[in-house]
Design a protein around this ligand. Structure first.
Ligand SMILES: [Zn+2]
Length: 311
């Protein structure tokens, strides 16, 4: 919401109109587009239609939002993923992904233009470089670069970057499939762990000591734990695998023995933690499930700092 307020303020200054007037225009635009666009996106369109150039200003990575056109940012490359080829709906081409970070946050950058992708392929842009991006479109919180966008190396220093994925402060009732989130919630139910086998070579699911690719193997045993989380807004069935279960305070021995697990289970119920993960669709039941990647004990000092920093 604060991004939106900032945006309205900037447009109102440039247009010499009151903020209320700008907001009315934004609401009208949003209604006209049947609510398919965010308020921020609608404000961008209003600005463009009024001939106001919002592009010159460079944004921090925590200020970008979906629907934005011609965004300009600067960031340090913290991750580069292999260039992939795709073919979809009769079109084919290449796409490259990287992640950049500044001190406010980080974002995935998706390159669709071959001349941009060549920078990655030829090693002209590597991990640790600082790059400047302009004219990017923001979709799903990612910066998408087309042939009209620009990417180049920068000599500016970008330090103290937030390289880790930032999970938005979502509520369970609002979470949608595909979204990542960091949620403060209580464990209200825990089920018995379920066990399955994986191939030691390819780590794929194996059945009765047999891997589809590697034939007879001596499988590794893995565990899956289902719990139910409640954050006050809603409850959600959540799953944890492997190390994520350890992070809840279980040793391997306790995970792989149903008796030992049962003894310790009561300690789980009512436990409040911060869970990070992403929402997935459970195909079997057609429900939304939360896939937990990590959980942390609540650090009161940090929490207070965070609350105080809020405007
Ligand atoms: Zn295998």
């Amino acid at each position: 919401m604060e991004n939106y307020d900032k945006l309205v303020e900037r447009i109102s200054k440039s247009a010499n109109l009151s903020a209320e007037e700008i907001e009315r225009k934004v609401e009208a635009k949003k209604a006209k587009l049947s609510g398919l666009i965010s308020k921020e996106g609608a404000a961008q369109i209003v600005a463009a239609e009024m001939g106001i150039n919002l592009d010159m200003e460079r944004l921090k990575l925590n200020e970008i939002f979906s629907g934005m056109k011609r965004a300009s940012v600067i960031g340090k490359v913290v991750d580069i993923f292999p260039v992939r080829e795709y073919s979809k709906n009769g079109r084919s081409g290449k796409v490259a992904n990287l992640r950049i970070a500044d001190e406010s946050g980080n974002a995935r950058v998706v390159l669709w233009d071959n001349s941009h992708i060549a920078l990655i392929e030829q090693g002209k842009v590597v991990k640790g470089n600082v790059i400047e991006i302009s004219n990017a479109n923001v979709r799903n919180g990612e910066l998408h670069l087309s042939a009209f966008s620009d990417i180049k190396l920068s000599n500016e220093k970008v330090d103290n970057v937030m390289a880790e994925k930032v999970f938005e402060g979502l509520k369970l009732k609002d979470i949608k499939v595909g979204q990542s989130a960091k949620i403060r919630a209580i464990i209200v139910q825990a089920f018995e762990p379920r066990y399955f086998e994986v191939c030691p070579e390819c780590k794929k699911r194996a059945f009765e000591g047999e891997c589809k690719v590697h034939g007879k193997i001596s499988p590794l045993k893995r565990a899956l734990l289902s719990i139910v989380l409640d954050d006050g807004s809603s409850t959600i069935r959540s799953v944890l695998f492997g190390e994520s279960i350890n992070k809840l305070g279980f040793t391997d021995e306790e995970i792989f023995s149903l008796d030992k697990f049962a003894e310790k289970k009561s300690y789980l119920l009512g436990e409040e933690r911060i869970f990070s993960g992403s929402a997935k669709n459970n195909v079997l039941y057609n429900t939304t499930e939360f896939n937990i990647e990590n959980s942390e004990c609540i650090d009161l000092d940090n929490l207070i700092k965070e609350l105080e920093a809020r405007p």
